[in-house]
Design a binder for this molecule. Structure first.
Ligand code: PEP
Ligand code: MG
Length: 883
């Protein structure tokens, strides 16, 4: 086995295709080398070594040391430098790189190879002892933290004291001798704290750093990140070792990060930040505020710090050419890291850039229009779940804005919530169902869980590429970063903004689109669904096989569904039409009636309400298919509970409260989800199904008259397990249909079908299909009954299951392909065997989950139905499934 892959000098042993082995970073470094771009030479230790490392008590394969030695010779042959050499020492960086990008989650060591001797050689060679000793102290700081486990704050104290004694407030004011002093203090501190000296042997340093990077694969932040992003632990990380180039070698040196297009808006403009005389970590750490790369961006930002374009025009021009080349080569927006050492440009990283959903759409559409990618490819480029970001509100432009602070528009969207100053508080609020805005001076990878829990993030430090900004964009949360005029006081939990002191719990609104912090709650607007969004949707619609419908019962939901492009209603849960006002009383009367007579009286009250609702629904859907499900109430949801509710219903039924309470108690069920619900109710009380059928057919006649478009009507019987259940209910529906047609002398066409939501129904689907003209998979109940896990109680232990690795995904969120999916597949096959053109759809929550939608496409369902806000996600996911 080959454990180490080298790159440099226009050649590489690996390429972009070797991501799994070399990690994203190593693979792309190799690719950039082969493209002839300026990349410092180096080598990558494969992710297979990481697996070995963990399988063998953190040790290495026998031949690794030899391969690393040869790779170091390779670097020496390109650079003329050797690690530890007393004249021309080689310094290297040691970085992690996994298959999926995990920004900032794992460890990095820079300037490795410096010791008391090599630092002098570097000082001699560069004629810049200040630079040499600055690099040395950076190395000691980082190495002690990452490899030796010494908290970096001990060094910060030493440095702060040194600066205070010398009367300096910036690091760059320190001279070579000052740094020498600091280095001596650092080393003494290490001996004092760890009872061992800072290692002087560069080989020992290298193996220490390699081990630390592999170990960081299992650090708490990386583990959390992987869990949140579903990245398997087995992938492991690669380690890239690369000759150092120096952005901190003086005023002709710089380091920066850039995106080939704007990651926030998607605009086709190079966008990035840099610092003169600095090393990479200074840019992301947000300690110094970085400068814009282009003049245009500098002017737009109103910054008085000169752009790279202005101060290093030649390096800038080369960088523009490189960035263009890389974008065309990868046909995607790239996120680049570069260093300029004494005027010479070096590329340190390229990868597909993280972007907001809005930017993703714009970039995909424009790249298709530019001919860089096809339209089908553009559709595949959009993460369906990310559309969620665009389907949610923004601040109403007419709203009054009480601006209390401004910062960078780090991640778009708007959100209102209570101020919290810690990730723990953000999580606490979320668990109470409250909305939090996480306010921090800056965020670090330790804050990921709090950022997840918060509605939005506000930081007072850091640029567009700071941790907070990058992570928030990835999560699709609004973020304002670098709001420098605001003062955060963690101890007193206050935020000082324009002379006003806000406390923890005060309400603010964040507008991440323009970088504003507003006092209080502000009116929001529904999203804009045209433009790039509309185009991608149009291309997706052209590419998909399955139809997309919505689960909707109120006129409002039906209209939203239409505006999001739903092609009909796949599930109208009629019991949801009875939750409000007068209706709930009539509904309760009906449920609690002791005789058919009493029930019919209540049903007579319900009929006109139902009919009116259906007419409106049919009008809105204007000839599109509408699936109406007969009543399926878990009874307990409808029983009156409070004394007030009981009195109300008793009065309507003209009986005493006590009597009604008795009746309510007699209806108590131990397990209502498996109780007297679904078609069981229609079999006990056929008059309910008859009333509903009448309302449906009369409404269909009425709506057809009103709109001129006949309703494509589908009546659905819930919770069927036995063919005979369906036969029984269908006979009632057909009888009412015949009556209404006779009365109105209008022919109504309709289908009667059933939900497949019990394992028995799936197993007996061939027989059930003799009666059913369509199946709609109720995967909520099918999951509940297949697993024997109560839908309502699952959350209390499924999270534990996920944490302990028993299951990867909540089966109520994403379909359990192996179990529940197998039943769906079986039922679809059996249904088609009996009735070849049987209509098949899904209406459980899974109908809006992209992975489940892929599954539905595979088993050949005709449509998916989901909640209105998920309709665009489903349209896109269905298109991707067709590809
Ligand atoms: C289902 O069970 O999947 C379904 C859609 O019905 P409900 O959620 O109303 O039980
Ligand atoms: Mg159900």
């Amino acid at each position: 086995v080959k454990w180490v892959y080298t790159f440099g000098d226009g050649k590489a042993e690996g390429s972009a295709g070797d991501r799994n082995l070399l990690g994203g970073k190593g693979a792309n470094l190799a690719e950039m080398c082969s493209l002839g771009l300026p990349v410092p030479p180096g080598f990558t230790i494969t992710s297979e070594v990481c697996s070995w490392f963990y399988e063998h008590e953190r040790s290495y394969p026998d031949t690794l040391a030899k391969e690393v030695g040869q790779a170091l010779e390779h670097i020496a042959s390109v650079t003329g430098r050797t690690i530890g050499d007393s004249k021309k020492p080689l310094l290297v960086s040691v970085r992690s790189g996994s298959r999926a990008s995990m920004p900032g989650m794992m460890d990095t060591v820079l300037n490795l190879g410096l010791n008391d001797e090599t630092v002098e050689a570097i000082a001699q060679e560069t004629g810049d002892p200040r630079f040499a000793y600055d690099s040395y102290r950076r190395f000691i700081q980082m190495y002690s933290d990452v490899v030796m486990g010494l908290d970096h704050s001990v060094f910060e104290e030493i440095l702060e004291d040194a600066k205070a004694n010398l009367g300096h407030d910036v690091d760059t004011a320190l001279t070579a001798d000052d740094w020498k002093n600091v280095v001596a203090q650092y080393k003494a501190k290490i001996e004092e704290e760890l009872e061992e000296p800072f290692p002087q042997d560069p080989e020992q340093q290298l193996w220490g750093a390699i081990g630390a990077v592999f170990s960081s694969w299992m650090n708490a932040r990386a583990v959390t990140y992987r869990r949140l992003h579903n990245i398997p632990e087995s992938w492991g990380t690669a380690v890239s070792v690369q000759a150092m180039v120096f952005g901190n070698m003086g005023d002709k040196s710089a380091t920066g990060v850039a995106f080939t297009r704007n990651p926030s808006t998607g605009e086709k403009k190079l966008y990035g930040e840099f610092l003169v005389n600095a090393q990479g970590e200074d840019v992301v750490a947000g300690i110094r505020t970085p400068q814009n790369i282009t003049e245009e961006a500098r002017i737009a930002a109103g910054s008085d710090k000169p752009s790279l374009e202005k101060i290093m025009p030649a390096a800038f021009a080369e960088f523009c050419a490189v960035s263009d080349k890389l974008e065309k080569h990868y046909t995607d927006m790239q996120d680049l890291e570069f260093t300029i050492e004494n005027g010479k440009l070096w590329m340190l990283q390229t990868r597909s850039g993280k972007r907001t959903a809005k930017a993703a759409l714009k970039i995909a559409v424009e790249m298709a229009d530019e001919g860089l990618i096809s339209r089908d490819e553009a559709v595949l480029r959009i993460e369906p779940a990310s559309l969620d970001q665009l389907l949610h509100p923004t601040i109403d432009p007419k709203a009054k804005r009480e601006v209390i602070g401004t910062g960078l528009p780090a991640s778009p969207g708007a959100a209102t919530g209570e101020i919290v100053f810690s990730s723990e508080d953000a999580e606490q609020l979320k668990s109470e169902g409250r909305k939090a805005i996480l306010v921090r001076i800056e965020t670090s990878p330790e804050d990921i869980h709090g950022m997840h829990a918060a509605e939005a993030i506000l930081t007072t430090r850091g640029g567009m590429t700071s941790h907070a900004a990058v992570v928030a964009r990835g999560m699709g949360k609004p973020c304002v970063s670098g709001a420098g005029a605001l003062r955060v006081d963690y101890r007193n939990e206050t935020l000082l903004a324009m002379g006003v002191t806000l406390k923890k719990g005060d309400i603010i609104t964040i507008d991440g689109g323009i970088g504003q912090v507003l006092k209080g709650a502000v009116p929001m607007l529904q999203p804009e669904l045209s433009g790039d969004f509309g185009k991608i949707m149009e291309w997706a619609d052209g590419a998909r096989r399955m139809k997309v419908r919505a689960n909707a019962e109120t006129p409002n939901d039906a209209r939203t569904a239409r505006s999001f492009g739903a092609e009909g209603i796949g599930l109208c849960r009629t019991e949801h039409m009875f939750f409000e006002g007068e209706r709930i009383i009539a509904m309760r009367e009906m449920i609690l009636a002791e005789s058919e007579k009493g029930r019919r009286a209540a049903l007579d009250k319900l009929l006109p309400m139902q009919r009116a609702d259906f007419i409106e629904l049919f009008e809105i859907m204007h000839g599109l298919p509408v699936t109406i499900r007969l009543l399926d109430p878990p009874l307990h949801e409808f029983l009156p509970k409070t004394d007030e509710e009981i009195a109300e219903v008793a009065a309507a039924m003209k009986i005493s409260s006590d009597k009604l309470r008795e009746r309510t108690e007699s209806l108590h069920e131990f397990n209502p989800m498996l109780g007297h619900r679904g078609c069981r109710l229609a079999i006990s009380y056929p008059e309910i199904a008859e009333m509903q059928s009448r309302a449906i057919f009369e409404a269909a006649v009425e709506a057809a008259k009103l709109t001129g478009a006949p309703v494509e009507l589908e009546i659905m019987v819930p919770l069927v397990g036995l063919r005979a259940e369906l036969d029984f209910v269908k006979a009632r529906i057909d009888a009412v249909a015949a009556d209404v047609m006779k009365e109105t002398e209008i022919k109504i066409s309709y289908l009667v079908g059933t939900m497949i939501e019990l394992p028995r129904a799936a197993i007996r689907a061939n027989s059930i299909a003799e009666a059913a003209e369509f199946f709609s998979f109720g995967t909520n109940d099918l999951t509940q009954t297949t697993f024997g896990i109560s839908r309502d109680d699952a959350s209390s232990f499924l999270m534990t299951y996920q944490l302990k690795g028993i299951i990867e995904q909540d089966p109520f969120v994403s379909i359990d392909v192996d179990g529940v999916g197998e039943l769906v597949k079986l039922a679809a096959e059996k249904g088609r065997a009996t009735r070849p053109n049987i209509k098949l759809g899904i209406c459980g929550e899974h109908g809006g989950d992209p992975a489940s939608i892929h599954f539905c496409d595979q088993v050949g369902l005709d449509y998916v139905s989901c909640s209105p806000f998920r309709v665009p996600i489903a349209r896109l996911a269905a298109a991707q499934a067709s590809a």
